[in-house]
Design a protein around this ligand. Structure first.
Ligand code: SF4
Length: 77
C-alpha cells in the first residue's frame, strides 16, 4: 500500500502568512479568514508539503504517516 500523509493545520496557531500556500499551492489554501487548511487532509507524501511544514513560521502544520501513525513533522525527539 502506498504511504499516505495526514496533514493538519492548527487554526489557533496559524497566523495566515500564506507561506504554505505559496510553497505548495496545490496542497494548502487560505480561507476567507486567512486561515490555512490542507486541500486534502490525507494525500500522498510530497516534498512541497514537508517544505511548507518546515517553513511555517509558527509550526502550525503537522504531518503524520497514516499507516504507521509516526510523526513526520515535527519529527519526534
Ligand atoms: S505557513 Fe503556517 S502560519 Fe502561514 S498560512 Fe501556512 S499554516 Fe498558517
Amino acid at each position: 500500500m502506498t504511504e499516505r500523509w495526514r496533514v493538519a493545520v492548527d487554526r489557533g496557531v496559524c497566523i495566515g502568512s500564506g507561506l504554505c500556500a505559496g510553497t505548495a499551492p496545490e496542497r494548502f489554501r487560505l480561507d476567507a479568514a486567512r486561515q490555512s487548511h490542507p486541500v486534502e487532509p490525507e494525500a500522498e507524501p510530497a516534498d512541497g508539503v514537508l517544505a511548507a511544514a518546515e517553513g511555517c513560521p509558527v509550526e502550525a502544520i503537522t504531518i503524520t504517516a497514516v499507516e504507521s501513525g509516526e510523526a513526520v513533522f515535527p519529527p519526534e525527539e
